[in-house]
Design a protein around this ligand. Structure first.
Ligand code: PMP
Length: 410
């Protein structure tokens, strides 16, 4: 595959031309937290409000029809992007809401109860841990997890003790938001399916960065957030196999998700409408549709290749610096483009401060994965993450900034 033309891409992101308080130009290396938005996405959202705004799925007028069409077109685009059926795509607020929806529904008549086992991993973002803790607490189910190896991978040696006859759900991240590790979801899913368990994949860090096909992955449910893939905030996706969504009770109830309502009881629409109560985030969905088209225009194979190159460079340059420790796999094999590291003797917040003075925006802290931090014995890390608009020069600036922090605090 040919390479991404970052010069051309960067022209679509005016924010990347910003000069910061320090006088330094912005070097944005925090896309794992949220990405910047291209003009194509902003224009799509603006065009919706300027020309087509109305409440979807209601009203007999032309604008309502156009708004509904724009919203449903976004669903079609998202479905194609992940190899799914259109009626299997539920719009949510974000990945967090998608996981909460499934966890709540499963415990509310959806089939999880006392004695059942839920399996997660020690590398989960809090979004894919706390909802399962809550579900276990409410239902009397138990929660167990795959531990991690020293080099940042899942330790699968105990899989036969973890995934057993009473396991009903295996919920795991596709790509770690700290370590960058890409997990062998297919093999774990195959094992889970042999005992009749369901598999939920947190794809918040994978769908934006590599080709993802839900069927190939062997998932039953999969969630991600638009804001991490060039789309506006406030829109995310829950994908589920249709027959499983069909068995799932609703999460939020109210308008737009009902069939027949009397004063005592109601019946519900089939998926995806059953899970989209109320007037949805329509312009945001339209923005997500535009983001998907933008990424498809670049080609997800090329997106992955580009990020692999930047990651390899970052791993090289950072590991050359004495006192820098990478938390996560040391090579780019089965690894995405978040690079978390510690610098001996310097708190990550101080590293982040020196980097910020040079215009380099990174994330510092526990990255919403406190058990993972505990596992590796660090209170916090500095995390750089890359996307389609980042360049090799920016990765070099990161390494220079880390050396500057060492000099400053020496
Ligand atoms: N899972 C992973 C792996 C993430 O990186 C994030 C965001 N940091 C989430 C879930 C939650 O995403 P959101 O806050 O958009 O719901």
């Amino acid at each position: 595959a040919s390479r991404l033309d970052t010069g051309k891409i960067r022209a679509d992101f005016p924010i990347l031309r910003r000069v910061l308080r320090s006088g330094a130009p912005l070097i944005y290396l925090d896309s794992a937290a949220t990405t910047q938005k291209p003009l194509q996405v902003l224009d799509a959202e603006r065009d919706f409000y300027l020309n087509h705004n109305a409440a979807v799925h209601r009203g007999a007028h032309q604008l309502a029809e156009e708004a509904t069409e724009a919203y449903e077109d976004a669903r079609v685009a998202v479905a194609a992007f992940i190899g799914a059926r259109q009626d299997e795509v539920v719009f949510t607020k974000n990945a967090t809401e998608g996981i909460n929806l499934v966890a709540y529904a499963l415990g509310n008549g959806g089939g999880i109860g006392a004695g059942d086992k839920i399996v997660v991993t020690e590398m989960e973002h809090h979004a894919n841990l706390v909802p399962w803790q809550e579900l276990a607490r409410r239902t009397g189910a138990t929660l167990e997890w795959f531990p991690l190896t020293d080099d940042g991978r899942l330790d699968l040696s105990g899989i036969d003790e973890l995934i057993t006859e009473n396991t009903v759900m295996v919920a795991l991240t596709h790509q770690s938001n700290v370590l960058g590790t890409v997990n062998p979801v297919r093999a774990i899913a195959d094992r889970a399916h042999r005992v009749g368990a369901r598999v939920l994949v947190d794809a918040a860090q994978s769908v934006p960065h590599r080709p993802v096909d839900v069927a190939e992955l062997g998932a039953d449910f999969l969630v991600f957030s638009g804001h991490k893939m060039l789309a506006p905030g406030g829109i995310g996706v829950l994908w589920g196999r249709y027959e499983l969504l069909g068995e799932l009770p609703p999460f939020l109830t109210g308008g737009s998700m009902i069939e027949i309502v009397t004063m005592d009881r109601s019946t519900y629409l089939p998926p995806p409408q059953r899970f989209e109560a109320g007037v949805p985030m329509t312009a945001q969905a339209v923005g997500l549709g535009a983001a998907v088209r933008y990424l498809e225009g670049l080609g997800m194979d090329r997106v992955k290749l580009h990020e692999d190159e930047l990651t390899a460079l970052a791993l090289d340059l950072l590991s050359e610096i004495p006192g820098v420790g990478i938390i996560g796999p040391s090579g780019t094999e089965d690894r995405g483009s978040t690079v978390a590291f510690t610098v001996d003797g310097i708190h990550p917040h101080d590293v982040g401060q020196v980097l910020d003075d040079q215009g380099v925006a990174v994330r510092v802290g526990h990255h919403c994965a406190r058990p993972l931090m505990r596992r590796y014995g660090v209170p916090a890390t500095t995390r750089a993450s890359f996307y389609v608009y980042n360049t090799a020069e920016e990765v070099e600036a990161l390494a220079r900034g880390v050396r500057a922090a060492q000099k400053y605090f020496a």
